[in-house]
Design a protein. Structure first.
Lengths: 126, 126
DNA sequence: CAGATTAGGTTTCCGATAGGAACCAGCAGG
DNA sequence: CCTGCTGGTTCCTATCGGAAACCTAATCTG
């Protein structure tokens, strides 16, 4: 267990705290993962992610754009085409997110098992 | 840019998706970081984190407990004392989270700058 | 014994947010 | 003119987060 050390708290008012709260959103990690392979269209993300509504996807992308992690490129075509891609800053988040999702892939079942064990506290100890 | 590869999407219905949504909560990452150094009391977390309400902290800890990442230990004393600590499974999350917070520490200012530049689109280009 | 204090947790109220579905904008094709 | 495609927004509702008060239980003060 590495821990964060005494001066490492980041639990107060430093910008790191803000950055963590920025990406620790229900959809942000998934959206960034969806953008990790290159420019993707709005509709592609909708289908790729699965479960996110257009409204929330738009909001998430706008927030990421405002924070400099995502760039929006709207083509003046018909039907309209809008592509989103990671900025260089956003690209630096891919490795951390990749590590996180690797953890999730490796431990997702363990989490489900724990959830299972917890939801049946019916001690039939006989 | 590494990306996640074609079969790496995790964007569908795999357990990894659930695990990501579990930890991609506004407070979960901060709480886990607060637990990374060892057993901590409820009130200690409140002060350590700063900004979280008791209700939400309790909810977050309960959820983490249900998912097998945190263990709760209530001492039958007065005044009551309750300590929370990471389970072995929860401890495996510290490294990924550490990497994430390191990113936040390194790039927090860049994010703030982008936020700044975005919120003043007043092009006084003269 | 009555009252204040400590510590964890719950309840109540309120504002913010997510989710779903429908609707809007702009243009190509019939 | 109507339909369809695509991105985005609006409306309504359910849920969640935050603040503050209240609850329990024991210890200290008087």
């Amino acid at each position: 267990m590495r821990g964060f050390g005494p001066g490492d708290s980041f639990l107060a008012d430093c910008p790191a705290r803000l950055a963590v709260e920025l990406i620790a959103d229900k959809w942000t990690v998934v959206v960034l993962a969806g953008l990790s392979k290159g420019p993707v269209r709005h509709g592609e993300l909708i289908e790729l992610i699965g479960g996110i509504s257009r409204k929330v996807l738009t909001q998430t992308l706008r927030r990421l754009k405002a924070h400099g992690l995502v760039r929006r490129h709207a083509y003046a075509e018909a039907p309209p085409r809008v592509e989103y891609e990671l900025t260089p800053l956003g690209a630096t988040l891919i490795d951390p997110i990749h590590i996180l999702t690797e953890w999730a892939r490796a431990n997702g079942d363990a989490v489900l098992d724990a959830l299972d064990a917890d939801s049946e506290p019916v001690a039939h100890h006989g």
